[in-house]
Design a protein. Structure first.
Length: 255
């Protein structure tokens, strides 16, 4: 049962930002040269390295867990459906952020719109995969990881000022990293599993999704790096938000 519970929480939606309000205070914060989504023109600033969640002492690593998951078809289906559900939910969460930004900064809103498009495409690929496998595509039966995360995060209906924007981007970045970790571990396990037609199809689908999810992580890190580069105070605020929401995300994942 514990494996089944983890199957329902391992892949979070990307935009876990529900409840940030509908304010209009966002400043025009556009990284210089960042005119197209996924174009890595912003150089990472010092101290803004991309880090991923790591194995906790005495716990099972994602790769160890996935090595067992791929041995049980029913369990692997649970994971695939949780991916599908959360990719779909992320479209809703990102839309909340876009509407809260109310058009400013323009480049961020533009890039988030492309982000929604990516997540919708991922959800469609996973839906097609499950349907072709003859499986159900119902909502998750128990609470998902993102529900717990949203309970722990409370922006209190704040207007979208600079601090709230930093917090929202830090949350997105933390959840994107968790998603990349899950997909990477699942792909690695499938490469070691028997090469059945079904396993190959699952692996190929996840291999299409992972590079775009990794691009989302780099995108979020660039925006946070840009905001941090504005001043020493900005860097302190960004680093504090990254630490805070990384801990909250981990607490939600472990709950």
């Amino acid at each position: 049962m514990e494996q089944c519970r983890q199957a329902l929480v391992v892949q979070p939606p990307i935009g876990a930002v529900a409840g940030i309000g509908d304010g209009t205070k966002a400043k025009c914060l556009t990284p210089t040269g960042c005119t197209r989504y996924r174009t890595p023109l912003i150089h990472r600033t010092p101290g803004m390295a991309v880090t991923y969640p790591r194995k906790i002492l005495n716990s099972v690593s994602p790769r160890q867990m996935m090595a067992e998951v791929v041995k049980q078809r029913s369990l692997q289906v649970l994971f695939l459906n949780s991916y599908r559900f959360n990719e779909q939910r992320s479209c809703q969460e990102l839309t909340v952020l876009i509407e809260a930004l109310n058009g400013k900064p323009r480049e961020l809103v533009r890039e988030l719109s492309h982000h929604v498009q990516d997540e919708a495409r991922h959800a469609a690929w996973l839906t097609d995969l499950l349907v072709e496998m003859g499986e159900e595509i119902a909502n998750l039966r128990s609470g998902s990881y993102i529900d717990q995360l949203n309970r722990l995060i409370d922006f209190g209906g704040e207007a979208m000022d600079e601090d709230t924007l930093i917090a929202a981007l830090a949350v997105i970045n933390a959840t994107e990293k968790r998603g990349c970790q899950a997909f990477s571990a699942h792909i690695a396990a499938l490469r070691q599993a028997p090469a059945s037609d079904e396993n190959i199809r699952i692996r190929e689908t996840l291999e299409k999704i992972l590079p775009e999810e990794a691009a989302h992580v780099r995108w979020g890190s660039r925006w946070l790096g840009y905001l941090a580069s504005q001043s020493t105070e900005h860097r302190q605020r960004v680093n504090a938000a990254k630490r805070k929401y990384a801990m909250i995300e981990h607490a939600a994942f472990e709950a």
